[in-house]
Ligand binder design. Structure first.
Ligand SMILES: Cc1cc2nc3c(=O)[nH]c(=O)nc-3n(C[C@H](O)[C@H](O)[C@H](O)COP(=O)(O)OP(=O)(O)OC[C@H]3O[C@@H](n4cnc5c(N)ncnc54)[C@H](O)[C@@H]3O)c2cc1C
Length: 452
C-alpha cells in the first residue's frame, strides 16, 4: 500500500491524495441508503494525463478505481464498493469553450451543473443547458455516465442525447476522443463516424470521461411556471399528450405527494414556459391554459392554480424533511407516459405499506416519447429501522418497474442484478465482451454492472 500511496503522491502531489481515516470517512457514503464503503485512497487529479497515470498504476497494482463527480446519484454508484481509489474529479473544473453560433460548450469532467448555469447566465445569457433538478454541485460528466435528464428533457430528450463528443481515459490508460473532435479541432457533433462510444450509462465501469461537449439551447429572457391540478390520475397521459402537441413548453412534470395533506391524491402538472416578449408569453399561455387545458377546467376535471414568473420545479429533496434526520432515496425509471396511473397507484401502495409519505413524479422526456418516473422514500439517517424500511420499499419498487415493463434508471446493485437477470442473453454477452475488452483487469468501479 505504501508504494501505491507514494506513486499517487508523485502523480498528483501530496495535497491531493489522502489515506487519513477522517477524510476517507467522507468518501465512504452517499446520501442514500447504501451501506458505507471506505476507499483505501482518496485522490483528486487535475489533468487528463494525471488520470491516465493513475489508471495505469491501478492496472499494475490491481487497485479498483471509483470515479466520483458530485456523488449525488444516490444509489451507491460512485461509492468504492470494493475499496481502492475514490477518484474525486471536482478539480477538473474548467469550462474550455462556448460556441455561441453552433450552440455547444466543452467542459472538463468536474464542471458542475450550477457552475455552467451561472457561467452561461453571466457570459452567454441567450444560451442554456438542460440542468437536472439535482443539487447544483452534480457534475455534467457524472450525469452523462448515468443517462440523466434535465429541465429541457421535454422537448430535447436525455442529457446523454445532447453529447457532441467526449474525451475518455480508457481503463487501460489510452486517451481517446469521440465525435468530430476525433478528426478536427471542433467539438460540434457526435456523428457521423462509426459509433464506438461505450461510456454513457455505464456508470464509470468502462472508462473515465475527462471532457464533454454538450449541446446548448436558446435561453429566453422571460421564464415562468404554470400549475394545473387534476384529481383523476387517468387523465394525466392524455393531458401530457395534448400539451406536448403544442410544442410550446420547455419542461413538463406531473407529480403527486402525501404532504401537505390537503393535496394528497391530487396530481399537479408543472408547466414551464419561456418567451422573449410579453406578446410571445401571452400567446403561449393562451394556447396552453385556455385552448388546451380550458376544456378540463370547464368540465370540472381540472383546475388552474396560476402562473409564477421565475422557473419553478417540484423539489424532490424537500421530502428529506418528512422524517426527522433528513434522508431520502428514490427509484428512477424510464417508462411509457401512459403508465403514469399505474406507477402512481402501485407506488403509493408501496409507500403506505412501509409507513412512508408517498412522493411520485413523472418528467416528460422528448415529445412524450417516455417519462422519467420516480418514487421517493424518506428516512431518518439516525434510525436504522427507517433506513431498512426505505431500502425494502426501494427494492420492491425496482421489482415493480420491471413488472410494469419499464426500465430502471441508474439502478443500484439490487436493480442492476434484476436487469442483468432479465436482459436479452445475447445483449448481456455483448456487454461482457465489451467490459472484458475495455477493462481486462476489472479495475473500473467494480461492484457496479458486474456483467462477467
Ligand atoms: C435532490 C436530487 C434531485 C435529482 N434530480 C435529478 C434530475 O432531475 N435529473 C437527473 O438526471 N438526475 C437527478 N438526480 C440524480 C443525480 O444527482 C444527477 O443525475 C447527477 O447529475 C449525477 O451527477 P454526479 O456528479 O453527482 O454523479 P456521481 O454520483 O458522482 O456519479 C454518477 C456515476 O457516474 C460515475 N462517474 C462520475 N463521473 C464520471 C466520469 N467523469 N467518467 C465516468 N464515470 C463517472 C460514477 O462512478 C457513478 O457511477 C437528483 C439527485 C438528487 C439528490
Amino acid at each position: 500500500m505504501s508504494s501505491v500511496y507514494e506513486s499517487l503522491v508523485e502523480i498528483v502531489g501530496g495535497e491531493h491524495v489522502s489515506t487519513q481515516a477522517e477524510e476517507l470517512y467522507i468518501y465512504s457514503f452517499d446520501l442514500g441508503t447504501t451501506e458505507p464503503h471506505r476507499p483505501d485512497y482518496a485522490v483528486a487529479p487535475r489533468t487528463t494525463e494525471e488520470i491516465q497515470a493513475i489508471v495505469r498504476l491501478a492496472n499494475r497494482e490491481k487497485v479498483p478505481v471509483a470515479p466520483l463527480g458530485g456523488g449525488l446519484s444516490l444509489a451507491g454508484l460512485a461509492l468504492p464498493l470494493k475499496g481502492g481509489i475514490s477518484l474525486d474529479l471536482k478539480r477538473m473544473d474548467t469550462i474550455l469553450e462556448v460556441n455561441e453560433k453552433s450552440r455547444y460548450t466543452v467542459v472538463e469532467c468536474g464542471v458542475s451543473q450550477g457552475q455552467l448555469t451561472s457561467y452561461l447566465e453571466r457570459h452567454h445569457p441567450t444560451l442554456m443547458h438542460s440542468e437536472p433538478g439535482a443539487p447544483p454541485m452534480a457534475t455534467i460528466a457524472g450525469n452523462m455516465a448515468i443517462h440523466g435528464q434535465g429541465d429541457l428533457a421535454h422537448p430535447y430528450g436525455f442529457n446523454s442525447d445532447m453529447v457532441n463528443g467526449m474525451e475518455v481515459v480508457l481503463p487501460t490508460g489510452e486517451i481517446c476522443r469521440f465525435g468530430s473532435c476525433s478528426v478536427s479541432t471542433q467539438w460540434y457533433t457526435n456523428h457521423p463516424l462509426p459509433d464506438v462510444g461505450l461510456f454513457l450509462g455505464w456508470a464509470g465501469t468502462t472508462g473515465i470521461i475527462t471532457k464533454v461537449s454538450l449541446k446548448l439551447f436558446p435561453n429566453k429572457s422571460i421564464v415562468g411556471s404554470g400549475q394545473f391540478v387534476v384529481e383523476d390520475e387517468n387523465l394525466i397521459p392524455e393531458i401530457i399528450h395534448k400539451i406536448t402537441h403544442t410544442e410550446m413548453v420547455h419542461d413538463l412534470v406531473a407529480y403527486s405527494q402525501a404532504i401537505p395533506p390537503f393535496s394528497s391524491g391530487l396530481h399537479h402538472l408543472t408547466i414551464n414556459l419561456s418567451a422573449d416578449s410579453e406578446k410571445e408569453l401571452a400567446f403561449k399561455m393562451e394556447l396552453i391554459f385556455d385552448d388546451t387545458l380550458g376544456p378540463y377546467i370547464r368540465s370540472g376535471d381540472g383546475g388552474y392554480l396560476g402562473f409564477n414568473r421565475g422557473s419553478q420545479r417540484p423539489q424532490v429533496s424537500k421530502t428529506s424533511d418528512w422524517r426527522k434526520g433528513g434522508g431520502f432515496e428514490y427509484v428512477g425509471s424510464i417508462m411509457p407516459v401512459e403508465t403514469y396511473p399505474d406507477c402512481y397507484r402501485r407506488g403509493r401502495e408501496i409507500s403506505e405499506k412501509h409507513g412512508i409519505p408517498y412522493t411520485v413524479l413523472g418528467r416528460v422526456i422528448g415529445m412524450s416519447h417516455a417519462m422519467m418516473f420516480s418514487w421517493t422514500y424518506a428516512f431518518n439517517r439516525a434510525d436504522p429501522e427507517t433506513m431498512d424500511q426505505a431500502r425494502e420499499a426501494l427494492h420492491e419498487t425496482d421489482d415493480l418497474v420491471l413488472e410494469l415493463d419499464g426500465t430502471i434508471w441508474k439502478p443500484g446493485t439490487y436493480g442492476q442484478k434484476l436487469v442483468m437477470e432479465r436482459i436479452d442473453p445475447n445483449t448481456l454477452n455483448l456487454m461482457k465482451k465489451v467490459k472484458q475488452l475495455l477493462d481486462p483487469n476489472g479495475i473500473m468501479n467494480p461492484g457496479n454492472w458486474e456483467v462477467s
